[in-house]
Write a new protein. Structure first.
Length: 281
């Protein structure tokens, strides 16, 4: 199987709001909380969504009480659903197809997240023994994302309905193997802290090189100056975590949205193709 095209591995898995119909501002529901200043039911446009289908307070999301919006990432699902799967059809002028479009967006967003992780795994030299399996999983995931739009809201188990849950489990197992291969080369102790409750923990004195932090609760954790070389941050909750001065250059599977949810500074070193969040001092 040939290597994945660079566009598919990078640009296609990054949100392009100029090519989307504002789906993330309409499809999901959210409730008043520390992440959202208001409640909104699913399928109802956020009052901050403008007629141009752009967020009217995008530059002020945090100060206006919407940090949950500031860290949301569709991994490019928005433009794929809007421009490819629905060929530019607009939910505003086609209310009958709007539910299918919103359900498709939720499905494709999950699949694009998997594509992002698989592409990241393929970038790791240590995962070469798994590259064929990773490329195959990428192709299968991409094919699922091409499922007919109306299939997204089909009942689970219906003929032809994509079984996203089962597919996620298969891909998750493959990604765990990839992580283990990469972390095997870590100079640190490779601590296993999967799913650990590390809320507001002071981790500055802990050697986290090669640590398995998948799904760990790192909310408000003190990671200043931490060396996270080959640490796996898949699904870790980094809201409010302090990454000032941390070295994340070779951290595994850290997303832009995780960085956006954390705190940091100009001395923190980031992985390739990640941007320093504007709110980092």
């Amino acid at each position: 199987m040939p290597e994945l095209p660079e566009e598919r591995r990078t640009r296609a898995l990054q949100a392009d709001c100029t090519q989307c119909l504002g789906l993330c501002c309409v499809a999901p529901a959210f409730a008043v909380s520390a992440d959202f200043a208001i409640s909104k039911p699913a399928g109802v446009p956020c009052p901050n969504l403008g007629a141009d289908l752009r967020c009217g307070i995008h530059a002020r999301l945090r100060t206006e009480g919407f940090p949950g919006c500031a860290v949301f990432d569709c991994f490019g699902a928005g433009q794929r659903v809007s421009r490819e799967l629905f060929a530019g059809a607009d939910w505003r002028t086609g209310p009958a197809m709007a539910p299918a479009m919103f359900a498709t967006f939720a499905m494709v967003r999950q699949l694009h997240e998997l594509l992002w992780y698989l592409a990241e795994a393929l970038e790791l030299p240590a995962t070469r023994p798994l590259h064929a399996a990773l490329r195959a999983a990428y192709g299968q995931t991409d094919a699922l994302a091409e499922a007919p739009a109306g299939m997204a809201d089909a009942p689970a188990g219906a003929a032809g309905a994509p079984d996203i849950t089962a597919h996620r489990q298969v891909v998750a197992g493959l990604l765990r193997e990839a992580s283990a291969l990469a972390r095997r080369w870590a100079p640190g102790p490779s601590l296993d802290r999967r799913g650990a409750d590390l809320i507001e923990a002071d981790l500055r004195a802990i050697d986290l090189r090669g640590a398995d932090l998948r799904g760990a609760l790192l909310i408000g954790a003190d990671l200043r100056g931490a060396d996270l070389t080959l640490a796996d941050l898949t699904g870790a909750d980094l809201r409010g975590a302090n990454l000032a001065g941390a070295d994340l250059r070779d951290t595994l599977f850290v997303t832009q949205s995780q960085l956006d949810a954390a705190r940091g500074d100009r001395t923190a070193r980031l992985p390739a193709r990640r941007s320093r969040p504007a709110h980092w001092a």
